[in-house]
Design a protein around this ligand. Structure first.
Ligand code: GDP
Ligand code: MG
Length: 251
């Protein structure tokens, strides 16, 4: 078969799974570390339930994704996951699902592995959202997930450190209410309300104009300029205020 014919025929197979995000859809993506339970507890001994070294690597990985060539306006990270919000006009790779997923997963895996000094991988799924309200819902949902995760993780690791086995600690928390879990911690001298906000609400990453002092060699004067930088917000707002904050990225 001549190359041109084979090329045409094989393209049909190659493109048979191509899907596109429609241009009138808002677009988010979520990346999640693969087997990070093992990575954080066996391969590396990270502090549990929260380790600032792990947190900082996740923040840096989020920044790497936001600088990877897509038009991403907001990043959010909690635990081993990262959510990204795309600018509504972003048209990278013609919005091809496979390209976006594989590129972001590759970028995150490479960035995190270099920071860790060991191989670690992420998966990625793009999430088309039909309205601004749904974009706010999506990010409110991930923030609520951070909240639930952190309360559980604090209870679980407090019991483990008291000597409970994996199954004992898991069973002790099974089906228990939020007030029960708060009380469990309180009885042991931990006031959940006083724990750092980033553990309970996750961390946001945004582009900010940061003031910078520059030097003008012609006038020999110090001048105030600004530079666009990625900044991590460890004190995210909650509830309606957080929803409004998210909606602000879509204006
Ligand atoms: N030790 C430790 N573990 C963490 C930290 N942040 C997230 N993890 C762990 O990362 C894992 C993420 O959960 P999940 O994605 O469901 O598990 P996976 O399928 O094994 O990646 C959980 O086991 C968390 O305890 C941290 O700061 N310290
Ligand atoms: Mg994971």
């Amino acid at each position: 078969m001549v190359f041109e014919d084979l090329d045409k025929e094989m393209r049909v197979y190659e493109e048979s799974l191509d899907q596109y995000i429609l241009s009138d859809m808002y677009l988010a993506a979520r990346l999640d570390g693969r087997s990070f339970t093992r990575l954080t507890k066996e391969v590396c001994q990270f502090e549990a339930p929260f380790d600032v070294r792990f947190r900082d690597m996740m923040v840096e990985t989020t920044k790497a994704l936001m600088n990877s060539g897509f038009r991403i306006v907001y990043g959010f990270t909690e635990s081993d996951e990262i959510s990204l919000l795309f600018h509504p006009d972003d048209n990278t790779f013609g919005r091809k699902v496979r390209k976006i997923n594989s590129t972001l997963a590759g970028e995150a895996s490479a960035a995190f592995s270099l920071l860790l000094g060991k191989a670690a991988t992420f998966n990625c799924r793009v999430i088309p959202l039909p309205s601004r309200e749904r974009v706010a819902d999506y990010f409110a949902w991930r923030q609520e997930d951070a909240h639930r995760n952190s309360l559980n993780a604090w209870c679980y690791w407090t019991l483990r450190k008291e000597g409970c086995s994996v199954s004992e600690a898991t069973a002790a928390l099974e089906g228990k209410s939020v007030p029960y879990k708060n009380e469990l911690l309180f009885q042991r001298g931990i006031n959940y309300n006083d724990l750092p906000a980033w553990q309970k609400r996750g961390i946001g990453v945004t582009f900010e104009d940061v003031p910078k002092e520059g030097y003008n060699p012609l006038t020999k004067e110090t001048v105030l300029t600004s530079r666009r930088e990625l900044v991590a917000n460890l004190e995210l707002k909650l509830g309606e205020e957080y929803r409004q904050f998210i909606l602000g990225f879509l204006n």
